[in-house]
Design a binder for this molecule. Structure first.
Ligand code: 3PG
Length: 206
């Protein structure tokens, strides 16, 4: 199974797509692809999310499309049935970690403290998401755990924005940063797709 970092192939931004409809999801994904992004994450937080994921994969076959907000095994099964290319979770449980390890697709389980990191590590994961990054200790936390969990790398998400993303990315144990700031709800509501492309371009230029 490919690692998340291998799949990212140097992309340092994991842009999040929150879609209330299939059309919205596809338009957001197009705006992100326009900025040169190859990997996007559709969070499963609306009735339309899974259908949006499928439609993005059909209409933009060059994109690698993951599913986020995968809280448990049942949601994981739905995401895999929708052919998600990779999985992001906001949390870890032994059941979820075992199912992720068996899923056959890259995954970054979400950790928020040392116990979570140890749990994910025991399940074989060396790449995890830190969530919610800004509240779970942010940059000082990532620096502190680097000396203990020397073989772990992180994708911080939650509270990342244009002002702090470069500081997170400067840390040696950070693979990429994720977030919704590049596809703000007000831009989506206003169908301002150019604003999304511009924010993504700015984020990957850091
Ligand atoms: C996530 O799903 O990782 C978070 O909701 C993203 O957090 P943000 O909205 O602060 O970027």
């Amino acid at each position: 199974m490919k690692l998340f970092s291998e799949m990212m192939a140097g992309q340092t931004l994991l842009p999040i797509i929150q879609a209330d409809s299939v059309e919205q999801g596809v338009a957001i994904a197009k705006a992100m692809a326009e900025a040169g992004l190859k990997v996007v994450e559709v969070v499963l937080r609306s009735e339309a999310s899974l259908d949006a994921l499928t439609a993005i994969k059909q209409q933009l076959p060059e994109l690698i499309v993951g599913a986020g907000t995968v809280l448990d095994k049942d949601i994981l099964a739905q995401a895999l049935a929708a052919k998600a290319d990779y999985i992001v979770t906001p949390c870890v449980t032994p059941d979820l970690l075992a199912a992720l390890a068996e899923s056959g697709v890259p995954a970054i389980p979400g950790v928020a403290n040392c116990a979570d990191i140890a749990l994910a590590r025991d399940a074989g994961f060396r790449e995890v998401k830190l969530f919610p990054a800004s509240l779970a200790g942010g940059i000082p936390f990532l620096k502190a755990v680097s000396s203990v969990f020397r073989d772990m790398t992180f994708c911080p998400t939650g509270g990342i924005n244009a002002d702090n993303c470069a500081d997170f990315l400067a840390l040696p144990n950070v693979i990429a940063v994720g977030g919704t700031w590049v596809a703000k709800k007000e831009w989506v509501d206003a169908q301002d797709w150019q604003a999304i492309t511009d924010a993504c371009r700015e984020a990957i230029s850091k």
